[in-house]
Structures are given as C-alpha cells and as structure tokens.
Write a protein that binds this ligand. Structure first.
Ligand SMILES: NC(=O)c1ccc[n+]([C@@H]2O[C@H](COP(=O)([O-])OP(=O)(O)OC[C@H]3O[C@@H](n4cnc5c(N)ncnc54)[C@H](O)[C@@H]3O)[C@@H](O)[C@H]2O)c1
Length: 324
C-alpha cells in the first residue's frame, strides 16, 4: 500500500517566507509542493534549490481557484501579497491582499481545505505594546489595514467554514531568503539585519534612525517556519501573533552584529524620514501558545549569529536546514 501524498500549495513561494515554508514542506515525507507566484516582488533564486511544481500566476487565478474547490490540495499556505508597506495605492493594495484572500477562502470552503495565511503586526499600527489579539488593532497604513481586513473576513468564516483557517500575524522577520528585498528598485525592504550587514561589509558605518532606541519584536525565519508547520496540525481556526515575544531596540541589533561580524564600528544616527513609524512592537504570545502549541526558540543574538554565518558563507535563497 502506498502512503498518502500531501499536495500543499504555497502562494508567494518565490518570496522570503513562502520559499522557507516550501523548503520545509519538501523535507516532509510524502509531501508534494506547488508554488504559485506572480514574481512581482519574489525571486526565482529562492526556488532554485527546491524541487517543486511552479506556476507563474496570480494567487486568485481562476484555474487555481477551481483546483482548490475540487480538493486538489491538502492544505494551502497563502503568503502572496503586496509586501512593500510604502505602497499607497489603496485600491490596488486591497485588491491584491484582501480580495484575493477572500476568493481563496471561498474556494477552500467547497473542499474543506485547511488555509494558513500571512497576516501582519502592521494591524497594530502604533498601539501600545505588548500587542495582543483583539486589542489595539489600529493600522496606520493601507498595508496594515489590508491585513486587518483579511483577519476580519476570516473571523466571519470560522463558525460556518467546514475546515481550519489560521492567520499568523508575523512581526519583524529576518533570515535566509530575503536578499531579493534589498535589490528592489528604489526601495529596500529587507530586515534591518540584512541592511546593516551589507552596509558594514561594504566598509560603511551602520546607520540608524536617531537614537536607535526604537523597539521591535524581531523573529527569526526558522521560528516562523516552525510556527507554520505547527499550524498544519492545529485543531481549530483562529488568528495569532508570530513573534519572539520580546522587543529589542535597534542598538541591540547593532551590538549583536558587531559581535557576530567581529567589527567595532560606531553607529551614525540620522533623522527618521517616515511620518508613520512603529516605535514599539512586542508580540503577546498567550493566544499563539494555546492555538499552535508552539513557541519561539531563537534569541536575537543567536538568530543574528546563525544568519551572519550563513551570509558570510555566500548563502542565498531559503534555509535548507530543519526548522528549529
Ligand atoms: N517579512 C516580514 O517581516 C513580514 C511581516 C509581516 C507580514 N508579512 C507577510 O508575510 C507574507 C510573505 O512576505 P515576505 O516577507 O515573504 O515578502 P516577499 O515580498 O518576499 O514575498 C511575497 C511574494 O508574493 C508574491 N506575490 C505578490 N503578489 C502576488 C499575487 N497577486 N499573486 C501571486 N504572487 C504574488 C511576490 O512575488 C513574492 O514572491 C506576506 O503576506 C507579508 O505581508 C511579512
């Protein structure tokens, strides 16, 4: 008797988080992965090491929606989105992020397919930390709003949907697979770890907004992948935070980079040009622990050390190691 094959769809699989999820799924026994991406921000080099079926298409491609409705996939990871938070075209943002999600949701209802989707800490805007589900959900830009709108749509479906729908509100994710984000024309959107690493390796001083005291919940990609794998077996629907559960300041990031990169550079501080800026984020993980039975393992210093070793070894594309 042959073992059952899982056939799992990853939308946005050419992107940072999607490629890391796809890489982890491929390592599972009896699992086939289908990646769908429109390549608007992702990069083919993230897929180079991954033996998966690939389609260049929109995440709400009608053929794909038909396949989902017919039960062709055992589960769906929906990572595709406009991820550049400086995009201000409100209609486009909602069409790509929210409308496409609603169509996927409707298609999964017909086949009871599990849907795990990427939400964002952007839904909390500048609400006081710690950030908890159902509290301070006041996005400050259209990107954060498009994600909150997804969570609201999903919530309405929980009671009447035959399957499990899980939204993961990622905080500031960093790690292998995000190099393409620093190669975007005119707008570098990679984590500050990669931005600072590249500045330092180019012999420049690390630059921070004055005075490096802004606090963020930075979460390592390997923890994010582990949370996504936990969502594959979680028993019920819901939305939860995916962060480290701790906020660290930008100066801490530079301090950890100095140790891992063995450099002694002083920081150059400059004025923050952004009118809207999240000054303090910190994930409350209470709800996450009960929904996913997962908790983060990587401290900031450990994650940065692991990432720097990988970058220094010429790494590109997703991590191919076991999720933590
Ligand atoms: N990286 C983070 O820190 C972070 C934080 C919060 C939320 N998120 C969310 O996680 C998800 C993945 O983000 P990422 O960091 O990997 O970004 P990314 O830009 O690297 O990946 C997004 C991928 O989606 C693809 N895509 C965009 N629109 C599409 C469409 N209409 N159809 C098909 N493919 C499309 C892009 O080409 C890209 O490959 C996104 O939904 C993002 O909003 C990321």
């Amino acid at each position: 008797m042959t073992a059952t094959q899982d056939r799992i769809l990853v939308t946005g699989g050419a992107g940072f988080i999607g490629a890391n999820i796809a890489a982890a799924l491929i390592r599972r026994p009896h699992t086939e992965v289908v990646v769908v991406d429109d390549f608007s921000s992702g990069d083919w080099r993230n897929l180079r090491p991954l033996d998966c079926e690939l389609r260049a298409a929109d995440s709400d491609d009608p053929v794909l929606l038909d396949e989902i409705a017919h039960g062709d996939f055992s589960a769906i990871y929906h990572e595709a989105a406009i991820t550049d938070t400086t995009v201000m075209d409100q209609r486009r943002m909602v069409e790509v992020n929210t409308n496409a999600f609603a169509k996927l949701l409707a298609a999964t209802a017909a086949s009871s397919t599990r849907l795990i989707y990427a939400s964002s800490a952007g839904v909390y805007g500048n609400a006081p930390a710690p950030n908890a589900i159902g509290k301070g959900e006041e996005p400050e830009n259209i990107y954060g709003f498009s994600k909150l709108a997804m969570d609201r749509i999903a919530k309405r479906w929980y009671a009447r949907h035959p399957s499990v729908i899980i939204g993961l509100r990622y905080f500031n994710v960093y790690g292998p697979g995000e190099c393409h984000k620093n190669e975007r024309e005119g707008n570098k959107t990679a984590s500050m770890m990669l931005q600072l690493y590249q500045q330092i390796r180019a012999g420049k001083q690390p630059r921070l907004f004055k005075h490096g005291e802004q606090r963020r919940d930075f979460v390592y990609i390997r923890d994010v992948v582990a949370a996504n794998l936990a969502a594959l077996v979680a028993p019920r629907s819901g939305v939860c935070n995916v962060g480290s559960g701790r906020s660290r300041c930008f100066n801490d990031v530079v301090a950890a980079l100095r140790v891992s990169m063995k450099v002694e550079l002083e920081v150059e501080y400059f004025d923050n040009p952004f009118a809207f800026y999240q000054n303090h984020t910190e994930a409350d993980l209470g709800h996450t622990r009960s929904l996913l039975q997962w908790q983060p393992k990587w401290e900031l210093e450990e994650g940065i050390a692991d990432y720097i070793a990988w970058l220094d070894a010429g790494g590109r594309g997703p991590s191919l190691e076991e999720a933590s």
